[in-house]
Design a protein around this ligand. Sequence first.
Ligand code: HAM
Length: 418
Amino acid sequence: MSAKITGVKGMNDVLPAQVGRWHEIEAVAREVFAVYGYREVRTPVVEPAALFARGVGEQTDIVNKEMYVFEDKGEDMLALRPEGTAGTVRAFIEHGAFVDGPQKWFYMGAMFRRERPQKGRYRQFHQVGCEAFGIAEPAIDAEQIAMLADFLGRLGVKAALKINSVGDPGCRPAYLADLRAYLTGRAGELCADCRERTQKNPLRVLDCKVPTCQPVLEQAPRLLERLCDGCRDHFAAVRAGLDALGVAYVVEPRLVRGLDYYIRTAYEFTSDALGAQSAVAGGGRYDGLVETLGGPATPGIGFGLGLERLALILEANQRPVPSRTPEIFFVSADGTGALEALKLASTLRKAGIACDLDARGGKFKTQVKQAERVGARYLVVLGGNEVASGEAKLKDMATRAETPVRLADLAAAVRPAR
Ligand code: HAM
């Protein structure tokens, strides 16, 4: 045997036994997003590296430290997308979608960040995300957050919603200057990361989890108290919308997000089931982004939700993994039965009924074992006698009860009740 090649660190396989969870999440996402008017967009996994530098921000960890960048055979600098918003906005601009008025788009797919892998944090992970373009009004913020709450609720997930306003270019610069001055004054009490961020991206300092930094951060000036009238009114209207829709939230003044494009509304859903990487979804408003990436001024708001993290929560909740198992497993007693099993299975499958057989043939006991392994509901043994009489026994694998059945009536006998 040759030496085995293992997968890339931080990039996971989803095996058939688990994939039903993913299908369920994706199906519920498609259903819920559709009823809220979101339509799917599919964009490439690879984009020009400059898109993220300009869109997400040169100074963010995501772009600066974690992005997979490579040169395309001496031509362009490309990147594996670390997130979905920049590419979606690029497509929105490139295809002139802005001429059609407000648009609600969603996407699902793999994202890549070269982070240190741990539970809930991987180098390839998957997001479902939504982006609503062309609506500056706070009603869409509330509607979108409520949709995400609906989606999580449909999967039985209880997640805490945290919201904040991160201001806009009108009120944020003055606040950032004050915050930087404050943090500089207490630099001696801060960790090395915070000291570096104080200069490059002071808002991110508020997000630091290092215990010794907490007293400094708790006393830091708060942006929520410094919002301009426009941002304050917007935030109040978002909260009123959430209240009206019965969506529970807490205002978290230190909630800042790791991407530079946000203004005004920022939000996250977190779950205790996740441990340190507690955010299952995060998003916010990015009114300047379409313009930054070369399109006409267009407001936008969106979120991304981590599929691996959501799957971890469903697993912690012991939610069963949905799977489609055969209704019937045919066991053949002889060559005549084996051929008939092949034909009957084909007929039933064409009628949409899942069934299976052991194509290896072989010993009766081995075939029955395979039926158990694949979780078949009924067993039907076929041999020369059954083929001649057109009748066999339908054996319920759970109760062991046997009922006679005409082979011609098999489909009707096992079709699951709807
Ligand atoms: P984000 O907060 O960076 O936002 O990521 C959104 C979600 O993706 C996180 O809450 C988490 O569930 C998941 N996630 C992020 N990094 C990892 C990782 N390394 N491993 C596993 N899961 C991860 C964005 O990406 C924005 N584009 C969201 C957005 C859309 N904002 C506006 N529109």
